[in-house]
Design a protein around this ligand. Structure first.
Ligand code: DAH
Length: 377
């Protein structure tokens, strides 16, 4: 049998194959060629190439055999060639199919191995945020007042001068407006105005009394705005919590008792409170509440011996303003001043947080520095 590079490109006659035995040998030869090729490690892509080269319709080995060996075969050999070709075809197809299944399941198990979750591995620890300290302090204050019968209300941060000033007994040219210089909104021409960012939470006293009849017991946490330059104790935005209690027989004792209860709950039983006369247009009498210095225990002397730096040796720290609601305010909300009485207070929450948690720069609340925030998980 002459050796040729690719016998399937020749006819049997060209190859000198004239007997059934030689046909069988020729097919055996082709078959072992296939067997050797398919015995190599194959991936999906190589399998495709192999399949194409053997069973491809145009120029696959089977097609060539059909065209070059079978079709032009002599009448005596045609039957044998046909049978051999069918056997070869069946063998090749079966082998290809077996390999394909093996490749598939191998690929699947590799993919499955990749996707498998190993429950014994340590988990991914994602950092969890926490409440901002101001939020925590709001919550602490709310809890204390809610426990003694107050409810929480909120009000708008954009106000009219009427609610921010006039209805709180602060007429247009009243000097306290100077302390509350604030941001007025640039409104389009013709829009009803003026409007301003509220300078305190006190306007919500008016909103509340307009909507409700006594008894009223509310606290109002929220943001307030003033044209202050930022420094360790000032910011153009800070937080207040307003309180208002109005009923038919609220006395100055109810007032101071409530405040004292709050201060002790918030700072601890050991602190003392005192009040001093003060002035606010919407309270009469007005007071300023102080707490005994949390840092030196009220002694005015620092642990090192000198004057306490926090209270400057006074032993007291100013906390917030408060008072009995001025009769004039009831007039703005149609309460009968001869029948009702009550008290109000307005606390700077940032200040309370700074005192309680020993923070000496207000700005840290607004800088979102996680190194600061993480200290208060
Ligand atoms: N609104 C005042 C301020 O921002 C604080 C205040 C003082 C509120 C006395 C009150 C009060 O309700 O009674 O400075």
């Amino acid at each position: 049998m002459p050796t040729v590079d690719n016998p399937t490109e020749k006819t049997l006659a060209d190859l000198g194959v004239e007997s059934a035995e030689k046909v069988a040998l020729l097919f055996a030869d082709i078959r072992s060629k296939f067997d050797s090729q398919i015995s190599h490690p194959l991936d999906q892509a190589n399998w495709e190439i192999l399949k194409q080269s053997w069973t491809g319709r145009k120029s696959g080995v089977l097609t060539l055999i059909g065209d070059n060996w079978l079709k032009p075969a002599s009448a005596e050999l045609k039957r044998t060639v046909g049978q051999e070709l069918n056997r070869l075809k069946a063998h090749i197809e079966a082998q290809l199919e077996t390999r394909r299944a093996a490749i598939d399941s191998g690929a699947q198990s590799a993919a499955a191995a990749k996707d498998r979750i190993d429950l014994s591995l340590p988990g991914v620890i994602r950092p969890i945020g926490s409440h901002h300290l101001i939020r925590t302090v709001i919550q602490e204050i709310e809890d204390i007042f809610v426990s003694i019968g107050f409810s929480i209300v909120e009000g708008p941060e954009i106000e009219t001068p009427y609610y921010n000033f006039e209805a709180l007994n602060i007429p247009e040219h009243h000097p306290v407006r100077d302390d509350m210089d604030t941001f007025y909104l640039d409104l389009p021409k013709g829009a009803p105005g003026p409007l301003l960012l509220r300078t305190h939470t006190s306007p919500v006293q008016i909103h509340t009394m307009e909507k409700r009849q006594p008894p009223v017991r509310v606290i109002v946490p929220g943001k307030v705005y003033r044209r202050d330059n930022p420094d360790a104790t000032h910011s153009f935005m800070f937080h207040q919590i307003e309180g208002l209690a109005v009923d038919t027989d609220i006395t100055f004792c109810d007032f101071t008792g409530t405040i004292e209860y709050f201060v002790k709950q918030f700072f601890g039983e050991s602190v003392k409170t005192r009040f001093r006369p003060s002035y606010f247009p919407f309270t009469e009498p007005s007071v300023e509440f102080d707490v005994s210095c949390i840092f030196c225990g009220g002694s005015g002397t620092a642990a090192s011996g000198g004057a306490c730096g926090k209270c400057k040796g006074a032993g007291w720290i100013e906390l917030f303003g408060a008072g009995m609601v001025d009769r004039a305010v009831y007039g703005f909300v149609n309460y009968d001043a001869s029948k009702v009485s009550g008290f109000a207070f307005g606390m700077g929450m940032d200040r309370l947080a700074m005192l309680k948690y020993g923070i000496d720069d207000l700005q840290v609340f607004f800088q979102s520095d996680v190194r600061f925030l993480r200290q208060f998980p």
